[in-house]
Ligand binder design. Sequence first.
Ligand code: ADP
Ligand code: 5GP
Length: 194
Amino acid sequence: MAGRKGPLFIVSGPSGSGKSTALRRLLSQTNLPLKLAVSATTRPPRPGELDGVDYYFWSRDRFERELAKDSFLEWAEVFGNYYGTLRSEVEPAREQGQGVILEIDVNGARQVRQRCPDAVSIFLRAPSLETYKERLEARGTENEETIQRRLARIQTELQCASEYDYQVINDDLQATVDRLAEMVQQGFERRNHA
Ligand code: ADP
Ligand code: 5GP
């Protein structure tokens, strides 16, 4: 409905659960006005990742300057790097009726839930603990030390799953994308009937 603010979605899940892959496919398939907010991070780009597309790749200095200016809707330190959602990636789009998805960690999700109680939150998990390791190794973008660091955080993140409105087990990728698409559709419909 014209004039209504676009819905906000939070997607979290342990590293290797398939968030980026599922969201990329969702965005390529949907007809809804939907965008993925580009986060800022101090982690270095992986091969193929582009500045301004996958992330804004910033120095710690730059990130801290933006923090001081209150530019972030939320931020967290994850795996030794800063990650944060810029307000400018979210608010103008929502004002224009666009839905916005945040792919953020569990600490960031808590901050967003407090600030935006209308946000719909989704926790994505792999079918088993072994699957995370297999998927991270298959992705081949991290060295063994970084993979171990990511695996060590899985249990902590899984303990937060019940804080989310929905949980999705990402076994078959297309089934996951279809489930996410339903949730997003519902988010738009709820907004229209509010
Ligand atoms: P995250 O963003 O949660 O860290 P990715 O989307 O990068 O995870 O996925 C990690 C790896 O697992 C990638 O290589 C991706 O292609 C693969 N993957 C994602 N979803 C599935 C799935 N449903 N079945 C098999 N492999 C998957
Ligand atoms: P990656 O380095 O694999 O891209 O992301 C690592 C973790 O940081 C993931 O759990 C991802 O969801 C989280 N993350 C990415 N962007 C943000 C953000 O803007 N804020 C927060 N809090 N976490 C983020």
